[in-house]
Design a binder for this molecule. Sequence first.
Ligand code: SAH
Length: 245
Amino acid sequence: MAGRRKLLAAVAVALSVSCGPSPDRGGALPASSQEVEFERERRQMVEEQIEARGIADPRVLDAMRRVPRHEFVPPEYRAAAYADRPLPIGLEQTISQPYIVALMTELIRPEAEDRILEVGTGSGYQAAVAAELVAEVFSIEILPELAQSAAARLERLGVSNVVVRAGDGYLGWPEHGPFDGILVTAGADHIPEPLVEQLEPGGRMVIPVGDVSTFQILKVVEKLPGGEIEIQDITPVRFVPLRRR
Ligand code: SAH
């Protein structure tokens, strides 16, 4: 009885902690002691891997605390869901390291009314994190099987402001552009021109560019209000390749 009361108290604490400004988005409400443990791991992940490396935007940190990363990895990797590394998601693809997801999200400078494009839906995790912070996320995945499973997962978790489609993200999604921000989560050997075109003046694209078989440099491509392009190098990264059909 006492044990059960303690557990209920822990769930209540976790609930009050997980309910940020948008308690019903993200589907992150813990329903069992396992969920409470995942919540604890998530707080630790944010503190030790993300804040410790200099990510400071409180909205980004909150989003990383809310989105249940363990729901986005295959069952056999759940125990490692909050570890400081990328994990396999099948079909030779990976969910990025939590820090990189937080960094990319911070770099696009998300605003509540923004509409953003993601290239490389994968598990849907990065899309779900961004969806906590902006109005709408349009996400394109080249492997139809992954596009389908990510869409189903996001729906099950109650994430309603992400639209996923299968297709070649190199070409962007002109019907919904221009975008306030673009996140490219696969490594490219050059900056795709269609994506630059679909960036709103004042908008920012974050993209890994380099040798797709070794490593890339994470870059911020900013379209200034007058339309000029400014490119900034951030840090070396390793992503799976951006492919063409
Ligand atoms: N953002 C994902 C991780 C992406 S891994 C997450 O949070 O889980 C990179 C993904 O990009 C892979 O799923 C890969 O299939 C996809 N991809 C590769 N080339 C692509 C292209 N041209 N258009 C869209 N998706 C692409």
